[in-house]
Write a protein that binds this ligand. Structure first.
Ligand SMILES: [Zn+2]
Length: 283
């Protein structure tokens, strides 16, 4: 039986560690943002904590997913994520984090159940998608973990938008890509690579899809994969144009967009900081 890669190293070294680090970084950063916006901070009352991040492992039918479930449960991936989030965010109601067998390659937030589900099918899909380009096992592990953690924070964005009743103008899908980028763009190579990996995956998905432009899903609530790719690398470049100068130099990010990225990043940073500030625990 195939040994499932979405187990030990990728989960331990990326998913949990990244989450713990980034959640704390988020708190630290927004602490700074509060300093820069004292008027806003003083007038806002902290929300009441009536809920928590909880975890659940719904039963699975497939044997291979049962093995993944067992490892993820043993590694306490969700528990550590929930702990980190519970130390950071004030919730008015519970949000449940799960890995689930979904019968589709997906990850989603269910507003009725207030539940984030990362599908085992998605983890498997990441393995297949990144395998051809991975030079080492470690590289493949990192890619799977990085893409997964980006997706998790994207779904967390949907969950927070719902339970905190946050305003969103424009596409929510783009807004939560912004949140995930904002959380992960913390100056560490590991976390910022997660943004690049997820961006690469969006591009890859588009390249493997229909090449007839008329058949692209312009109607979809998500921006096209290639647009998400350019958004994410633009925001990352906007966050740190020195480290990511190569994106422009090598022609990956066109100059026409690159000149706006610092402003775009500053705006998304300010917006998410202000929105989340009333819901962050004092530490
Ligand atoms: Zn989404």
């Amino acid at each position: 039986m195939r040994k499932l890669r979405v187990t030990k190293k990728s989960v331990r070294s990326q998913f949990v560690v990244v989450a713990a680090v980034t959640i704390l970084a988020l708190l630290g950063f927004i602490g700074c943002a509060e300093f820069h916006h004292p008027a806003a901070a003083q007038t806002q009352q902290k929300a009441q904590a009536k809920g928590m991040f909880k975890t659940a492992y719904p039963p699975v039918k497939s044997q291979k997913y049962a093995e993944m479930l067992a490892v993820l449960k043993k590694e306490r991936v969700l528990e550590e994520l929930a702990d980190g989030l519970n130390q950071t965010i004030i919730l008015p109601t519970n949000i449940t984090l799960t890995f689930a067998e979904c019968k589709e390659v997906n990850a989603f937030y269910d507003p009725q159940r207030q539940q984030i589900s990362i599908c085992y099918e998605l983890l498997e899909h990441f393995e297949e998608a990144f395998k051809p380009d991975a030079k080492t096992e470690q590289e493949l592990d990192d890619a799977i973990g990085g893409a997964t953690v980006f997706v998790f924070f994207h779904e967390l964005g949907h969950a927070l938008t719902h339970v905190l009743d946050l305003p969103v103008t424009g596409k929510e899908e783009d807004a939560v890509d912004q949140l995930s980028t904002f959380i992960l763009a913390d100056g560490t190579d590991e976390n910022e690579r997660a943004i690049l990996t997820a961006a690469q995956w969006f591009l890859l998905e588009d390249q493997q899809g229909d090449t007839d432009i008329k058949k692209l899903a312009f109607w979809d609530e998500h921006s096209l994969g290639t647009q998400r790719f350019y958004n994410m690398i633009c925001w990352l470049y906007g966050h740190d144009s020195k480290t990511y100068a190569g994106l422009v130099k090598n022609g990956v990010l066109p100059k026409d967009r690159a000149v706006r990225c610092a402003d775009e990043y500053a705006k998304l940073e300010k917006s998410w900081s202000r929105l989340l500030e009333p819901y962050l625990k004092q530490q």
